[in-house]
Write a protein that binds this ligand. Structure first.
Ligand SMILES: NCc1[nH]cc(CCC(=O)O)c1CC(=O)O
Length: 313
């Protein structure tokens, strides 16, 4: 294939860093690539994400891909809506970064060392619900903006701490600012956090093959698929914040050979702010079934078995 691949990205420092990484790998595989920056309404608005909707960062990029302005789109997977886009193929899920959330606090403090009433910034209902459930008396303060803006609120003394995805900090070379990496037992990440989604047009089979063979990691793809299936099933049934994390674990088959399995954990906040947790393991080859089964268990726990209109939070 000797045409130049145009790779589209948002213009944020994080988006440029992760797209640059994908471009480097494609170049190393012999492809000619060019990076095209696309401005999205999400980048131009300052309203809370819960108000402007989940697709704001990704739909402009997807439209540019579908109409041929670019040939490849690189997204933070967790920013994609759960509904498939029939115009596009999810050609590759590269090896996932550490999916955990991270605390950046003043004076090197950990969550447990923050004083009662400490102001912790996050715009994510999922992070807010899990922070409040710790019972530490923290004051959760709403927050938006890029990684730099958020961390600056701590350095400026406006907040005691912020919670961010570790993967974003890693891609920006800023892990030195992390004061605690939060264990999933206290803070389950967003479904697909730390993973990228690399898309091309559904009829562009040459590009699809190149992306798949150069970038795709099947274990990361399966883990993320189970987390996203859980999210999709819960979106249909409730409006609660959701966290999920699948780990690929080694197990022994009946014949004594090593098999890979998925271990999936999920958390959902109730309207009263209580957290419902559940976990399950399943075959790597049945990732989505595992996610749906765990979602059903969480819905059962919540007594929300009857679906109400979906609202993403
Ligand atoms: N919602 C914004 C967003 N989308 C992806 C990441 C981080 C990188 C990732 O999770 O892949 C972030 C920032 C954050 O949550 O701190």
């Amino acid at each position: 294939m000797n045409r130049t691949l145009r790779i589209g990205t948002r213009g944020s420092a994080l988006a440029l860093a992760q797209t640059g990484h994908v471009a480097d790998q494609l170049r190393a595989a012999g492809a000619e690539v060019e990076i095209v920056t696309i401005s999205t309404p999400g980048d131009r608005s300052h309203a809370p994400i819960a108000e402007i909707g989940i697709g704001v960062f990704t739909s402009a990029l997807r439209d540019a891909l579908a109409n041929g302005e670019i040939d490849v789109a690189v997204h933070s997977y967790k920013d994609l809506p759960t509904a498939r886009d029939p115009r596009l193929s999810l050609a590759a899920v590269p090896p996932r970064e550490d999916p955990r959330d991270a605390l950046v606090a003043r004076d090197g403090l950990t969550l447990g060392e923050l004083p009662t009433g400490a102001r912790v910034g996050t715009g994510s209902p999922r992070r807010a619900a899990q922070l409040e459930a710790l019972g530490l008396g923290l004051e959760v303060v709403g927050l938006r903006g890029n990684v730099d803006t958020r961390i600056r609120k701590v350095t400026d003394g406006e907040l005691d701490a912020v919670v961010l995805a570790r993967a974003g900090l890693a891609r920006l070379g800023r892990t030195a600012e992390i004061t605690e990496t939060l264990e999933p037992i206290q803070m389950l990440p967003a479904p697909a956090q730390g993973a990228l989604a690399v898309e091309c047009r559904v009829d562009d089979v040459d590009t699809e093959h190149l992306l798949q063979s150069t970038l795709d990691d099947s274990a990361s793809r399966a883990a993320v698929a189970s987390e996203r299936a859980l999210l999709a099933a819960l979106e249909a049934g409730c409006s609660a914040p959701v966290g999920a994390l699948a780990d690929v674990v080694e197990d022994l088959s009946d014949e004594g050979t090593v098999v890979l399995r998925l271990s999936l954990r999920g958390v959902m906040a109730t309207e009263d702010g209580d957290l419902l947790r559940a976990s399950a393991t399943g075959d790597l080859t049945a990732a989505e079934e595992l996610g749906r089964a765990l979602a059903a268990e969480l819905l059962d726990l919540s007594g929300h078995a009857a679906a109400s209109p979906a609202r993403r939070s």
